[in-house]
Write a protein that binds this ligand. Structure first.
Ligand code: PMT
Length: 399
């Protein structure tokens, strides 16, 4: 996912590790998203990648020496510190984590970070044994308690040949965390548990064939992401889905409507808000054949009804939890949506129509009409699904 971070000022610290080259890719993404980036490299970082590469990608001079002759009169570590909207260290070594946690400021990066009041994001990368060392873990805990955001390292084969946790998080994850911190300081869903469903269900006919629909999961995943950014504790129940799901979101993968029913009912027990963007198949083949059905033996399929998950949630929780449904129609959108809201005991319904260009299945955009219990309608323009997700959450808050 790409974000518009035009004009945002990012101070990017690179410390000395083999993953330093990945910082180039992150900075390139940030630049393409409109940000201004200034890089500080430690001495060790310069052993891995040339400052010239960072200078070229960031289109700014790279700071590395505290005592270098300034180009204009300024105290460079102070001016860089106060310039930044956010400060990032990626990769962050055990050394820089230790310095930050214990107040050591003895080079350009550590002094600048010490003077910087902007939010800080740390993406550690080091050998597993180093990462697991209790001193490093203690330092990380100190930094987290001070409010610094972390992008956890991944597990895998490390450059040294060891296998374990310590590999720098993916470029995409670090990019997304930076954008999240820059764009979503509003944490108005803290303390709320939100269950979101996304994607289409798959109803098996035999081992090779199934009934499904066109849902990509993009709308539901956008809602889960927006709620997570806004501080909610999110559980995503996800059917057939091609959308990229942020790693930090607790996700339950399901296949059929009945699987989704079980997962949603369990996850909803302690939820405050349930938002059902999934396209659930109303019917399934009465029996799923054990072996592939031969050509000529499948002129018709007998269907059985699937549970209506949202209607059951309405019966159980109407008035107790906030229930938000979706409605996909090809005609009489508002009338049918309002009827569904009433029938299923919902607080809010987001209606989208297949007849509007850019709305509904598969694409990155949608147009929705939000209808509340009083019948009041609010129609959006064509917008990115992530923006639509935030509009839905704003409305949930209002009701
Ligand atoms: O996934 P995308 O490609 O991004 O597309 C998004 C979307 C078009 C799938 C989404 O915006 C949307 O409209 N989702 C609901 C589609 C749908 O199934 O609508 P419906 O009118 O059939 O169902 C109404 C509501 O009841 C929905 O919230 C649905 O999740 C729920 N339902 C339906 C049937 C069923 N057996 N159980 C349910 O819970």
């Amino acid at each position: 996912m790409r974000f518009d971070i035009s004009g945002k000022k990012i101070l990017f610290g690179v410390s000395g590790g083999i993953a330093a080259y990945k910082a180039l890719e992150i900075i390139s993404l940030l630049k393409k998203s409109g940000a201004e980036v200034k890089v500080i490299m430690t001495k060790a970082a310069c052993e891995f990648v040339s400052p010239l590469s960072f200078q070229t990608i960031s289109q700014n001079m790279v700071a590395r020496d505290m005592f270098e002759e300034p180009k204009a009169w300024e105290v460079r570590h102070i001016s860089l510190a106060s310039w930044a909207d956010v400060a990032v260290v990626a990769p962050a070594t055990a050394n820089i984590c230790g310095k930050l946690a214990t107040g050591i400021a003895d080079d350009m990066l550590s002094t600048t970070l010490m003077a910087c009041k902007a939010p800080k994001i740390i993406a550690p990368a080091m050998n597993t044994a180093m990462y697991e060392n209790p001193i490093v873990q203690k330092n990380i805990r100190i930094l987290k308690d001070l409010g610094m955001e972390f992008v956890e390292p991944e597990s895998g084969i490390l450059a040294c040949g060891d296998v374990g946790k310590g590999r720098l998080a993916s470029v995409e994850d670090i990019y997304e965390k930076i954008c999240q911190v820059l764009l979503f300081s509003k944490k108005d869903f803290i303390g709320k548990k939100v269950v979101v469903t996304a994607g289409g269900t798959i109803e098996k006919i035999d081992p090779v064939r199934y009934i499904t629909n066109h849902s990509s999961g993009k709308m539901g995943v956008a809602i889960a992401r927006a709620a997570y950014y806004r501080g909610a504790d999110v559980t995503l129940v996800c059917g057939n889905c091609s959308a990229e799901i942020p790693k930090n979101i607790d996700t339950i993968k399901v296949e059929s409507a009945r699987d989704m029913y079980d997962a949603v009912m369990t996850a909803s027990e302690d939820a405050d808000i349930i938002i059902k963007a999934a396209a659930v198949a109303d019917y399934r083949p009465e029996t799923a054949a054990e072996n592939k059905i031969k050509k000529g033996k499948m002129e018709s399929i007998s269907l059985a009804s699937n549970p209506d998950i949202l209607a059951e949630l309405g019966e159980k929780y109407s008035g107790k939890k906030k229930l938000v449904g979706f409605c996909m129609e090809t005609e009489n959108l508002e009338k049918n949506a309002y009827q569904k809201l009433k029938k299923k005991g919902l607080d809010l319904i987001a209606a989208n129509s297949l007849n509007e260009d850019g709305a509904g299945f598969k694409g990155d955009t949608n147009i929705i009409t939000l209808i509340d219990k009083s019948g009041e309608c609010q129609k959006t323009d064509l917008k990115d699904k992530f923006e639509i997700a935030n509009i839905i959450l704003d409305k949930v808050k209002e009701i």
